[in-house]
Design a protein around this ligand. Structure first.
Ligand code: HSE
Length: 336
Protein backbone atom coordinates (compact mmCIF):
# COMPACT_ATOMS: atom_id res chain seq x y z
CA UNK A 1 0.00 0.00 0.00
CA UNK A 2 1.37 3.37 -1.00
CA UNK A 3 1.05 6.03 1.67
CA UNK A 4 1.43 9.81 1.74
CA UNK A 5 2.13 11.08 5.23
CA UNK A 6 1.11 14.68 5.99
CA UNK A 7 3.10 16.01 8.92
CA UNK A 8 6.00 14.27 10.64
CA UNK A 9 5.57 15.15 14.30
CA UNK A 10 5.54 12.83 17.30
CA UNK A 11 2.61 10.67 16.11
CA UNK A 12 3.81 10.31 12.51
CA UNK A 13 7.36 9.46 13.63
CA UNK A 14 5.99 6.84 16.02
CA UNK A 15 3.93 5.44 13.16
CA UNK A 16 6.93 5.31 10.87
CA UNK A 17 8.97 3.55 13.59
CA UNK A 18 6.13 1.13 14.14
CA UNK A 19 6.07 0.25 10.43
CA UNK A 20 9.84 -0.16 10.42
CA UNK A 21 9.79 -2.55 13.38
CA UNK A 22 6.74 -4.54 12.26
CA UNK A 23 7.49 -5.01 8.53
CA UNK A 24 7.51 -8.81 8.67
CA UNK A 25 4.55 -9.50 10.90
CA UNK A 26 2.36 -6.90 9.16
CA UNK A 27 2.91 -8.80 5.96
CA UNK A 28 2.57 -12.29 7.38
CA UNK A 29 -0.52 -11.51 9.52
CA UNK A 30 -2.37 -8.98 7.38
CA UNK A 31 -0.77 -9.09 3.95
CA UNK A 32 0.11 -5.46 4.55
CA UNK A 33 3.16 -4.08 2.84
CA UNK A 34 3.07 -0.35 3.51
CA UNK A 35 5.33 1.96 1.54
CA UNK A 36 5.57 5.63 2.43
CA UNK A 37 6.01 7.29 -0.95
CA UNK A 38 5.82 10.91 0.22
CA UNK A 39 6.11 12.78 3.49
CA UNK A 40 6.26 16.44 4.40
CA UNK A 41 6.71 18.54 7.51
CA UNK A 42 6.66 22.30 7.96
CA UNK A 43 10.20 22.66 6.56
CA UNK A 44 10.19 20.41 3.53
CA UNK A 45 9.51 17.03 2.02
CA UNK A 46 10.92 13.68 0.99
CA UNK A 47 9.53 11.34 -1.62
CA UNK A 48 10.37 8.20 -3.49
CA UNK A 49 7.81 6.32 -5.54
CA UNK A 50 9.42 3.01 -4.66
CA UNK A 51 9.06 3.76 -0.93
CA UNK A 52 11.19 5.76 1.48
CA UNK A 53 13.77 4.06 3.67
CA UNK A 54 12.06 4.45 7.05
CA UNK A 55 15.16 3.89 9.13
CA UNK A 56 16.90 6.70 7.26
CA UNK A 57 13.82 8.93 7.38
CA UNK A 58 13.43 8.57 11.15
CA UNK A 59 17.14 9.15 11.70
CA UNK A 60 17.26 12.28 9.53
CA UNK A 61 14.22 13.77 11.25
CA UNK A 62 15.74 13.17 14.69
CA UNK A 63 19.11 14.58 13.68
CA UNK A 64 18.03 17.64 11.71
CA UNK A 65 14.44 18.29 12.76
CA UNK A 66 13.06 17.95 9.22
CA UNK A 67 12.54 15.39 6.49
CA UNK A 68 13.89 17.76 3.84
CA UNK A 69 17.44 16.48 4.44
CA UNK A 70 16.46 12.91 3.53
CA UNK A 71 17.84 13.36 0.05
CA UNK A 72 19.30 16.74 -0.80
CA UNK A 73 19.09 16.02 -4.52
CA UNK A 74 15.31 15.85 -4.67
CA UNK A 75 13.40 18.97 -5.64
CA UNK A 76 11.52 20.50 -2.74
CA UNK A 77 7.81 20.78 -3.48
CA UNK A 78 4.79 21.63 -1.30
CA UNK A 79 2.60 19.10 0.46
CA UNK A 80 -0.22 20.08 -1.89
CA UNK A 81 1.99 19.22 -4.87
CA UNK A 82 2.92 15.86 -3.36
CA UNK A 83 -0.77 15.00 -2.96
CA UNK A 84 -1.59 16.23 -6.46
CA UNK A 85 1.36 14.66 -8.28
CA UNK A 86 1.88 11.33 -6.52
CA UNK A 87 -0.23 8.24 -6.75
CA UNK A 88 -1.00 6.68 -3.39
CA UNK A 89 -3.65 4.42 -1.89
CA UNK A 90 -3.90 6.11 1.49
CA UNK A 91 -3.24 9.60 2.81
CA UNK A 92 -2.48 9.86 6.51
CA UNK A 93 -3.18 13.32 7.91
CA UNK A 94 -1.27 14.13 11.10
CA UNK A 95 -0.79 17.91 10.96
CA UNK A 96 -1.87 19.95 14.01
CA UNK A 97 -5.57 20.44 14.73
CA UNK A 98 -7.01 23.92 14.61
CA UNK A 99 -10.65 24.85 14.96
CA UNK A 100 -10.66 28.11 13.00
CA UNK A 101 -10.40 26.79 9.44
CA UNK A 102 -8.84 23.33 10.03
CA UNK A 103 -6.12 24.10 7.50
CA UNK A 104 -3.89 22.75 6.10
CA UNK A 105 -5.41 19.38 7.05
CA UNK A 106 -8.78 20.13 5.48
CA UNK A 107 -7.24 20.78 2.03
CA UNK A 108 -5.03 17.68 2.30
CA UNK A 109 -8.03 15.46 3.03
CA UNK A 110 -10.27 16.98 0.36
CA UNK A 111 -7.58 16.82 -2.35
CA UNK A 112 -6.75 13.22 -1.45
CA UNK A 113 -10.36 12.06 -1.54
CA UNK A 114 -10.91 13.78 -4.89
CA UNK A 115 -7.92 11.76 -6.13
CA UNK A 116 -9.63 8.58 -4.83
CA UNK A 117 -7.24 8.03 -1.96
CA UNK A 118 -8.52 6.56 1.28
CA UNK A 119 -7.84 8.84 4.22
CA UNK A 120 -6.80 8.23 7.82
CA UNK A 121 -6.89 11.38 9.93
CA UNK A 122 -5.60 11.82 13.45
CA UNK A 123 -6.10 15.55 12.93
CA UNK A 124 -9.39 16.42 14.62
CA UNK A 125 -9.83 19.89 13.08
CA UNK A 126 -11.33 18.92 9.71
CA UNK A 127 -13.71 16.41 11.31
CA UNK A 128 -14.79 18.82 14.03
CA UNK A 129 -15.61 21.54 11.53
CA UNK A 130 -16.99 19.50 8.66
CA UNK A 131 -17.70 15.89 9.63
CA UNK A 132 -20.98 15.54 7.67
CA UNK A 133 -19.62 17.03 4.45
CA UNK A 134 -16.34 15.11 4.61
CA UNK A 135 -18.30 11.87 5.00
CA UNK A 136 -20.40 12.81 2.00
CA UNK A 137 -17.29 13.55 -0.02
CA UNK A 138 -15.80 10.19 0.98
CA UNK A 139 -18.99 8.40 -0.07
CA UNK A 140 -19.21 10.32 -3.32
CA UNK A 141 -15.63 9.38 -4.21
CA UNK A 142 -16.08 5.84 -2.90
CA UNK A 143 -13.16 6.06 -0.52
CA UNK A 144 -12.84 5.28 3.17
CA UNK A 145 -12.32 7.97 5.78
CA UNK A 146 -11.01 6.58 9.07
CA UNK A 147 -10.13 8.44 12.26
CA UNK A 148 -9.74 5.99 15.19
CA UNK A 149 -6.94 8.02 16.74
CA UNK A 150 -8.94 11.24 17.04
CA UNK A 151 -10.82 10.07 20.14
CA UNK A 152 -9.02 8.21 22.92
CA UNK A 153 -5.61 8.01 21.18
CA UNK A 154 -4.80 4.30 21.19
CA UNK A 155 -7.90 3.36 23.22
CA UNK A 156 -10.44 2.08 20.70
CA UNK A 157 -13.39 4.14 21.91
CA UNK A 158 -14.94 4.68 18.48
CA UNK A 159 -14.52 1.02 17.49
CA UNK A 160 -16.01 -0.13 20.78
CA UNK A 161 -19.17 1.90 20.37
CA UNK A 162 -19.53 1.29 16.65
CA UNK A 163 -18.57 -2.38 16.44
CA UNK A 164 -18.65 -4.06 19.84
CA UNK A 165 -22.03 -2.45 20.59
CA UNK A 166 -23.39 -3.15 17.10
CA UNK A 167 -27.13 -3.75 17.09
CA UNK A 168 -27.49 -1.83 20.37
CA UNK A 169 -29.19 1.50 20.61
CA UNK A 170 -26.84 3.83 22.46
CA UNK A 171 -29.03 6.25 24.37
CA UNK A 172 -26.40 8.58 25.76
CA UNK A 173 -22.76 8.78 26.68
CA UNK A 174 -20.47 10.88 28.80
CA UNK A 175 -16.75 10.93 29.09
CA UNK A 176 -13.46 12.46 30.09
CA UNK A 177 -11.94 12.99 26.66
CA UNK A 178 -9.11 15.40 27.40
CA UNK A 179 -6.15 14.02 29.32
CA UNK A 180 -4.48 17.36 29.99
CA UNK A 181 -7.39 18.94 31.83
CA UNK A 182 -7.92 15.69 33.72
CA UNK A 183 -4.30 15.82 34.85
CA UNK A 184 -4.72 19.44 35.99
CA UNK A 185 -7.97 18.71 37.86
CA UNK A 186 -6.40 15.63 39.49
CA UNK A 187 -3.48 17.75 40.72
CA UNK A 188 -5.88 20.39 42.02
CA UNK A 189 -7.75 17.69 43.96
CA UNK A 190 -4.42 16.91 45.60
CA UNK A 191 -4.07 20.51 46.74
CA UNK A 192 -2.32 22.37 43.90
CA UNK A 193 -3.58 25.72 42.63
CA UNK A 194 -4.81 25.94 39.04
CA UNK A 195 -1.66 27.86 37.99
CA UNK A 196 0.74 25.36 39.59
CA UNK A 197 -1.18 22.42 38.15
CA UNK A 198 -1.13 24.02 34.70
CA UNK A 199 2.61 24.70 34.93
CA UNK A 200 3.25 21.13 36.03
CA UNK A 201 1.23 19.81 33.05
CA UNK A 202 3.22 22.13 30.75
CA UNK A 203 6.54 20.93 32.16
CA UNK A 204 5.52 17.34 31.35
CA UNK A 205 4.70 18.30 27.75
CA UNK A 206 0.98 17.49 28.07
CA UNK A 207 -0.46 20.88 27.15
CA UNK A 208 -1.18 21.71 23.50
CA UNK A 209 0.97 24.47 21.92
CA UNK A 210 -2.20 26.57 22.06
CA UNK A 211 -3.29 25.92 25.65
CA UNK A 212 -6.82 27.18 24.90
CA UNK A 213 -7.50 23.95 22.99
CA UNK A 214 -7.24 22.02 26.26
CA UNK A 215 -8.28 24.58 28.86
CA UNK A 216 -11.32 26.01 27.06
CA UNK A 217 -12.71 22.61 26.14
CA UNK A 218 -12.12 22.83 22.35
CA UNK A 219 -10.27 19.52 22.16
CA UNK A 220 -12.97 17.73 24.17
CA UNK A 221 -15.67 19.42 22.07
CA UNK A 222 -14.00 18.27 18.82
CA UNK A 223 -13.97 14.69 20.11
CA UNK A 224 -17.63 15.02 21.10
CA UNK A 225 -18.49 16.16 17.56
CA UNK A 226 -16.73 13.10 16.13
CA UNK A 227 -18.48 10.72 18.54
CA UNK A 228 -21.90 12.30 18.00
CA UNK A 229 -21.61 11.96 14.22
CA UNK A 230 -20.05 8.52 14.09
CA UNK A 231 -21.85 6.81 16.96
CA UNK A 232 -25.19 8.61 17.16
CA UNK A 233 -25.62 9.51 13.48
CA UNK A 234 -26.04 13.21 14.32
CA UNK A 235 -24.98 15.75 11.73
CA UNK A 236 -23.26 18.26 13.99
CA UNK A 237 -20.14 20.42 13.98
CA UNK A 238 -18.26 22.53 16.57
CA UNK A 239 -20.81 25.35 16.89
CA UNK A 240 -23.42 22.80 18.04
CA UNK A 241 -21.49 22.07 21.24
CA UNK A 242 -22.27 24.06 24.38
CA UNK A 243 -18.90 24.32 26.04
CA UNK A 244 -17.18 25.65 29.12
CA UNK A 245 -13.56 24.94 29.99
CA UNK A 246 -11.77 24.58 33.31
CA UNK A 247 -10.18 28.03 33.73
CA UNK A 248 -12.80 29.08 36.28
CA UNK A 249 -12.61 25.94 38.41
CA UNK A 250 -11.12 26.98 41.77
CA UNK A 251 -9.95 25.28 44.94
CA UNK A 252 -13.35 25.86 46.60
CA UNK A 253 -15.17 24.00 43.82
CA UNK A 254 -12.78 21.09 44.27
CA UNK A 255 -13.24 21.06 48.08
CA UNK A 256 -17.03 21.24 47.82
CA UNK A 257 -17.04 18.30 45.44
CA UNK A 258 -14.85 16.34 47.86
CA UNK A 259 -17.37 16.93 50.66
CA UNK A 260 -20.02 15.31 48.43
CA UNK A 261 -17.82 12.28 47.75
CA UNK A 262 -17.20 13.63 44.26
CA UNK A 263 -14.51 15.13 42.04
CA UNK A 264 -14.71 17.89 39.44
CA UNK A 265 -14.09 16.52 35.93
CA UNK A 266 -14.34 18.05 32.47
CA UNK A 267 -17.19 15.96 31.08
CA UNK A 268 -18.21 15.75 27.43
CA UNK A 269 -21.80 14.61 27.32
CA UNK A 270 -24.24 13.54 24.66
CA UNK A 271 -27.72 13.37 26.13
CA UNK A 272 -30.48 15.89 25.48
CA UNK A 273 -27.77 18.36 24.50
CA UNK A 274 -24.15 18.15 23.48
CA UNK A 275 -22.09 19.74 26.24
CA UNK A 276 -18.54 20.03 27.53
CA UNK A 277 -18.35 21.37 31.05
CA UNK A 278 -16.74 20.86 34.46
CA UNK A 279 -19.11 18.59 36.40
CA UNK A 280 -19.03 16.90 39.81
CA UNK A 281 -19.00 13.12 39.48
CA UNK A 282 -18.93 10.56 42.29
CA UNK A 283 -15.50 9.23 43.20
CA UNK A 284 -16.78 5.65 42.92
CA UNK A 285 -18.19 6.16 39.42
CA UNK A 286 -16.00 4.12 36.99
CA UNK A 287 -15.78 7.27 34.90
CA UNK A 288 -13.88 9.05 37.67
CA UNK A 289 -10.35 8.30 36.44
CA UNK A 290 -7.30 10.32 37.38
CA UNK A 291 -4.15 11.73 35.79
CA UNK A 292 -4.05 11.85 32.01
CA UNK A 293 -6.45 8.93 31.57
CA UNK A 294 -9.56 9.14 29.40
CA UNK A 295 -12.80 7.31 30.19
CA UNK A 296 -16.19 7.12 28.55
CA UNK A 297 -19.46 5.51 29.65
CA UNK A 298 -21.97 4.45 27.02
CA UNK A 299 -25.54 3.81 28.14
CA UNK A 300 -27.40 1.47 25.80
CA UNK A 301 -31.01 0.35 25.65
CA UNK A 302 -30.41 -3.31 26.45
CA UNK A 303 -26.90 -3.73 27.81
CA UNK A 304 -26.86 -0.92 30.34
CA UNK A 305 -23.88 1.31 31.03
CA UNK A 306 -20.35 0.30 30.11
CA UNK A 307 -17.18 2.24 30.65
CA UNK A 308 -14.00 2.07 28.63
CA UNK A 309 -10.81 3.52 30.12
CA UNK A 310 -7.38 4.08 28.63
CA UNK A 311 -4.67 6.50 27.69
CA UNK A 312 -6.05 9.17 25.39
CA UNK A 313 -2.84 10.54 23.91
CA UNK A 314 0.79 9.69 23.19
CA UNK A 315 2.83 9.02 20.07
CA UNK A 316 3.00 5.23 20.10
CA UNK A 317 -0.59 4.87 21.30
CA UNK A 318 -1.99 7.08 18.55
CA UNK A 319 0.30 5.44 15.98
CA UNK A 320 -1.26 2.09 16.91
CA UNK A 321 -4.68 3.52 16.07
CA UNK A 322 -3.42 4.55 12.62
CA UNK A 323 -2.24 1.01 12.09
CA UNK A 324 -5.68 -0.31 13.10
CA UNK A 325 -7.27 1.94 10.48
CA UNK A 326 -4.75 0.87 7.87
CA UNK A 327 -5.46 -2.80 8.53
CA UNK A 328 -9.21 -2.11 8.25
CA UNK A 329 -8.73 -0.33 4.93
CA UNK A 330 -6.59 -3.17 3.63
CA UNK A 331 -9.27 -5.69 4.68
CA UNK A 332 -12.05 -3.71 2.95
CA UNK A 333 -10.01 -3.30 -0.22
CA UNK A 334 -9.24 -6.99 -0.48
CA UNK A 335 -12.93 -7.86 0.10
CA UNK A 336 -14.05 -5.97 -2.99
N1 HSE B 1 -4.56 17.57 24.21
C1 HSE B 1 -5.15 16.28 24.09
C2 HSE B 1 -5.41 15.70 25.47
C3 HSE B 1 -4.26 15.38 23.28
O1 HSE B 1 -4.89 16.25 26.43
O2 HSE B 1 -6.16 14.75 25.61
C4 HSE B 1 -4.93 14.18 22.71
O3 HSE B 1 -5.96 14.49 21.81
Amino acid sequence: MRIILCGFGVVAQSFSELLESRTHDLYSKFGLRPRIVGVFDSKGCAYDETGLDLKKLNKIKKQSGTVRNYDKSIKQISGKEIIENFDADVLIETTASNYKDAEPGMSHIISAMKKKMHVISVNKGPLALAFPSLMELANYNQVMLRFSGTVGGGTPILDYAKNSLRGEKILSFQGILNGTTNYILTNMAEGMSFEDALNDAKSKGYVEADEALDLDGLDAAAKLVILANWIMGMKVTMPDIIKKGIRKVNTNDIKNAEKNGSAVKLIASCDKELTVSPVEIKINDPLCVNGTLNAISFTSEHSGTQTIIGRGAGGTETASSILRDLIDIRKEITKS
